[in-house]
Design a protein around this ligand. Structure first.
Ligand code: ACO
Ligand code: ZN
Length: 182
């Protein structure tokens, strides 16, 4: 069993190089790998936070194939956020260099009352470690062009808009593809 990572800092300690912009964290959160007993809670968070929802088979398939990039965040023993990804073979999002392995962030969400505490940042960072573990050279995702919180999060993590997909979402909204090297 790997030791869960602990995040957070003492209330009055302002870290100069804290990974979350030096913000003070009220509560400590931990990250750990998803396990099947987390399924209902993760599906609930997905429904509360995003219009793109999936059946249980979809979540379990990603867990079975790519367990190292399916991460949950816990506060006081309760799951408050998740990220799940897929490793794909595809063309580089930056240059013509043949086929490479790419880590695709399929879905990430943090419960509203736990946002702006660095949990999203930590989830993506941890998932990118998992992508590297699987040999991925780039990470990418699609995001609604109106989703400024998520776009800002990805930009803070070094992602750049590499493409726009018109009418990507079922309601017709466009998506940015955002990508970075790993
Ligand atoms: N407004 C502007 N910038 C924001 C906001 C916001 N509301 N929220 C986060 N950011 C940016 C900021 O730059 C922030 O850094 P700062 O707090 O130092 O300014 C940075 O992102 C990191 O923020 P975190 O606290 O790590 O992010 P959080 O834990 O709040 O999670 C998330 C961000 C996952 C986007 C959350 O808002 C959420 O669950 N939204 C609903 C679901 C969603 O949109 N998911 C992404 C869809 S795309 C996809 O799944 C591939
Ligand atoms: Zn996608």
């Amino acid at each position: 069993m790997r030791k869960p990572l602990k995040f957070g800092c003492r209330p009055n300690l302002r870290l100069k190089h804290a990974p979350y912009g030096g913000k003070q964290l009220q509560q400590t959160f931990i990250l750990r790998n998803f396990t099947p007993k987390d399924l209902q809670r993760v599906m609930y968070i997905n429904r509360v936070c995003l219009p793109e929802n999936y059946g249980d088979y979809f979540f379990m398939d990603l867990y079975n194939r790519f367990p190292e990039t399916f991460i949950v965040a816990e506060v006081n023993g309760e799951i408050v956020g998740y990220i799940m990804c897929r490793i794909e073979l595809g063309l580089s999002n930056f240059c013509f260099s043949g086929f490479i392995k790419k880590g695709h962030i399929v879905s990430i969400a943090v419960m509203p009352e736990h946002r702006r505490k660095g949990i999203g940042y930590a989830l993506v960072s941890k998932a990118m470690e998992g992508m590297r573990f699987y040999g991925a050279k780039q990470a990418f995702l699609e995001v609604r062009v109106s989703n400024m919180p998520a776009i800002n999060l990805y930009e803070k993590l070094g992602f750049k808009v590499t493409r726009t997909i018109h009418g990507y979402y079922s309601d017709g909204e466009d998506a940015y593809v955002m990508s970075r090297e790993l």
